[in-house]
Design a protein around this ligand. Structure first.
Ligand code: NAG
Ligand code: NAG
Ligand code: NAG
Length: 308
């Protein structure tokens, strides 16, 4: 019951007509205290300074299932970006460590540091664009997305989280600790409290904050919809935005989903998926557009170029 979404994604499309495939990186790629598995998809027609898309899997998922379960590898082939598929070291349930002090703190350790090391290694090896590093995931992958956006705002340009929870909501004493309180929507904080949780992840950091996009089903039975409202509070407070949306659009991008835009500069948007459970459908085209990953020349979205 707890993790039903894997079945949906496991039956997804097989990506790419290309000869390249998912490859495991076994060499030392930098600090990786939890031994997170590193899988990478590097298309043949790599862009000159390729952007990077990180796609952490869901609980009971794997890097391979994430790779075959979406269109992102096909899109990487088309637009020349690199896709990284980390693989959770947690053999018990393959959920990510989004609870430990280490993972929730910049540079401290945990699963998050291993993933950041993958990004840094890839930027270096393929002359990647450090201003165009993105992350998206569903469920536990969404939680890891929020974890990295919160703890490593200097590494990521933007995030997109489907059916996740606020940064720090799973905080607990240990690695990969499950939080029933957070999952069932019992953890609520004021916007200022949430902003303080995010800021404590990287004390003293005053640089740019990554753009953030979230999606959540109103009848999510695994990670209660309260988490959507808490995420809205959290990211608005981090960006210093009003909690009142500046634009609300019905039936976008799916019938009965509502899009809320906050602030004045397209830095945070939230989609409330009416009548949708935890098995929310990812929206690859919308995510690609949010990251501007179809842009291959000229004035592509670059982190730090504008906004907050
Ligand atoms: C994590 O941080 C909390 C709060 O600072 C502290 O109480 C706890 O002992 C820490 N846990 C570990 C394992 O370091
Ligand atoms: C989410 O939590 C609220 C408040 O406890 C509850 O009323 C609602 O039924 C929960 N949603 C689901 C889908 O379980
Ligand atoms: C549309 O969303 C509302 C909640 O926003 C929900 O009550 C209703 O059941 C949904 N309709 C469908 C057809 O899913």
């Amino acid at each position: 019951m707890r993790w039903t979404s894997w079945a949906l994604f496991a039956t997804g499309v097989v990506s790419g007509a290309s000869a390249v495939s998912l490859t495991r990186v076994t060499e030392n790629f930098g600090p990786n205290p939890r031994n997170v598995g590193f899988y990478i998809y590097v298309p043949d027609n790599l862009a000159a300074n390729p952007p990077i898309l990180v796609n952490p899997h869901w609980c009971h998922g794997t890097a391979q299932l994430a790779y075959t379960g979406s269109q992102y590898a096909t899109m990487a082939s088309k637009y020349g970006f690199i896709a990284i598929y980390p693989d959770s070291p947690n053999t018990a349930d393959k959920c990510w460590d989004v609870s430990s002090n280490d993972t929730l703190t910049h540079g401290a350790g945990g699963d998050s540091l291993g993933i950041v090391s993958m990004v840094r290694w890839t930027l270096n090896k393929y002359n990647g664009d450090p201003k165009r590093v993105f992350i998206t995931g569903t469920s536990s992958g969404a939680m890891m997305t929020s974890t990295l956006i919160g703890a490593y705002p200097d590494v990521f340009a933007a995030g997109s989280a489907f059916a996740g929870v606020p940064f720090g909501c799973y905080a607990g004493n240990g690695y990969g600790v499950w939080s029933d309180a957070c999952a069932t929507g019992k953890i609520t904080r004021t916007p200022a409290e949430w902003a303080a949780v995010v800021k404590a992840a990287y004390p003293g950091y005053n640089g740019w904050r990554p753009k953030m996009q979230i999606f959540h089903g109103t009848v999510d039975e695994v990670l209660n919809y309260t988490n959507f409202k808490e995420e809205v509070k959290e990211w608005n407070a981090v960006f210093g935005y009003s909690q009142t949306p500046t634009i609300s659009t019905l039936n976008t991008p799916v019938n009965n989903w509502t899009k809320y835009v906050y602030g004045g500069n397209d830095w945070f948007e939230a989609y409330s998926a009416g009548g949708v459970t935890h098995d929310i459908r990812i929206q690859e085209a919308l995510v690609l557009s949010w990251f501007d990953l179809a842009c291959t020349t000229g004035d592509c979205f670059r982190w730090g170029k504008g906004g907050a």
